[in-house]
Design a protein around this ligand. Structure first.
Ligand code: SF4
Ligand code: SF4
Length: 171
């Protein structure tokens, strides 16, 4: 098993934004939020360095006529300590964010150990390797998906028979 590593691209947080809505500010850094898909209410605590900008964004969001559809999550912020983006409520982020892995398997060329592809979502391959893409399209994409661990085992075997090594990812 490989360990999931987030590269801070921020893509998932841009699409979750419409579903994570701060509804009430409790204190300088505390907000009650709602997850729009399930209606779950959760409490977040904003990291001190983002307190001012989140308070301003919250005021804007709750202003008259604000439309949340299509916006990024209000807690997605530029990373102050390096590249990419940060979550301003990372230690108290909701379970939907904790559980989310944007890829589920890494695929390496066995001989060199070079990373050649990532499996995204249920059954979608991201790769620039034309040979791997052909193997995926012709032998893997049509495998039955009813049993996740059987699917994973079959994928690993097919990849190995062509000189690739798949590593399922855990959070
Ligand atoms: S979980 Fe994935 S999509 Fe989301 S920020 Fe990290 S690398 Fe990007
Ligand atoms: S709460 Fe944090 S991890 Fe979740 S969508 Fe917003 S910025 Fe991303």
């Amino acid at each position: 098993m490989a360990t999931f590593i987030c590269d801070r691209c921020g893509k998932c947080c841009r699409s979750f934004g419409a579903f994570i809505t701060p509804e009430r500010q409790l204190g300088e850094r505390d907000y009650y939020c709602r997850y729009g898909i399930t209606g779950e209410i959760f409490l977040v605590n904003v990291q001190p360095e983002y307190a001012g900008e989140i308070a301003d964004a919250f005021d804007e969001l709750t202003g008259a006529g604000q439309d949340a559809s299509g916006r990024a999550c209000i807690f997605l912020r530029e990373n102050r300590k390096g590249r990419g983006y940060s979550c301003a409520v990372y230690p108290s982020r909701p379970s939907v964010c904790r559980d989310f892995l944007c890829y589920r398997m890494l695929i390496y060329l066995d001989a060199s150990g070079e990373l050649r592809g990532k499996v995204i979502g249920a059954n979608d391959l991201r790769t620039k390797d034309a040979v791997l893409k052909e193997i995926w399209d012709e032998e893997i994409s049509k495998l039955p998906r009813s049993d996740d661990s059987a699917w994973s085992g079959s994928v690993l075997k097919i990849l190995a028979s062509h000189g690739y090594r798949g590593e399922p990812v855990e959070g």
